[in-house]
Design a protein around this ligand. Structure first.
Ligand code: ADP
Ligand code: ZN
Length: 187
C-alpha cells in the first residue's frame, strides 16, 4: 500500500444508455494496464450485447471480461495480485455487489463500477444509487438527446409500456437517449 495515498477506493461511472459509460470504463482499464496493474474485468451474464466475454462500447472498443452469474463469483476471480476490479453493467447485479465493492476497496483494491443510474422509467436502478453514495468518486455522464440535441440523462424505451420487465438487454435498438423533457413513460 502506498503510505501517502492509501490504495483502495470505489469509482462509480453512471448515466443513461449511450452516455459513454463503457467507453470511459474501458479507458480507465487501458490506462491501469499501461501502468502495469493487474485488472480483473467483470460483467453480468444477463448482458448479451456483442461479444459474450467482453465489455463493449457502442463505439466498438472493448475489453475482455469474466462473465459472472452470481456476485460472489467476483471473489473467486480476484487474486492477491489484483490491483483493479472493473465491473460493467453493475445495475444488473444484486445488492450484494455493494458489500463486495466495499470489501475489495477496504483491502486496497481500486474498484471501478459502471452502470445505468435510472431505468427506462427514470427510476433509480438496482444497486447503482447505493454505489454512488458509498463511492469516493462519482462520474455522471450524459448522452445526446436524439430528439432535441440537449444533454440526455434518460433512456427511452421505444414502443414498450412501463409495466413490461425492467430488464431487456441484447436489443439496443429498442432504446434511445433522451433528455428529461423529451423522455416519455407510457401510462
Ligand atoms: P454506455 O455504456 O453509456 O451505453 P457506450 O460507451 O456503449 O455508452 O457508447 C458511447 C458511444 O455511443 C459514443 O461514443 C457514441 O459513439 C455512441 N452514441 C450513439 N448514440 C449516441 C447518443 N445519442 N449520444 C451519445 N453517444 C451516442
Ligand atoms: Zn430532448
Amino acid at each position: 500500500m502506498n503510505p501517502i495515498t492509501r490504495d483502495g477506493w470505489i469509482e462509480m461511472i453512471c448515466g443513461g444508455m449511450f452516455s459513454g459509460k463503457s467507453e470511459e470504463l474501458i479507458r480507465r482499464i487501458r490506462r491501469a494496464r499501461i501502468a502495469r496493474q493487474q485488472v480483473a474485468v467483470f460483467k453480468p451474464s444477463i448482458d448479451t450485447r456483442y461479444r459474450r466475454s467482453a465489455v463493449t462500447s457502442h463505439n466498438g472498443v472493448y475489453a475482455e471480461a469474466f462473465v459472472v452469474q452470481q456476485t460472489e463469483e467476483i471473489w473467486r476471480k480476484v487474486t492477491p495480485e489484483t490491483d483493479v476490479v472493473a465491473i460493467d453493467e453493475v445495475q444488473f447485479f444484486d445488492d450484494e455487489v455493494v458489500q463486495v465493492a466495499q470489501a475489495l476497496a477496504d483491502q486496497g483494491i481500486r474498484v471501478i463500477c459502471a452502470g445505468l443510474d435510472q431505468d427506462f422509467r427514470g427510476v433509480p436502478f438496482g444497486p447503482t444509487p447505493v454505489l454512488m453514495a458509498v463511492a469516493e468518486y462519482v462520474t455522471k455522464l450524459q448522452a445526446i438527446c436524439v430528439r432535441c440535441g440537449a444533454p440526455a440523462s434518460r433512456t427511452q424505451r421505444l414502443s414498450a409500456a412501463s409495466d413490461e420487465p425492467v430488464i431487456q438487454t441484447g436489443a439496443t435498438e429498442m432504446y434511445e437517449a433522451r433528455c428529461r423533457h423529451c423522455h416519455e413513460v407510457a401510462e
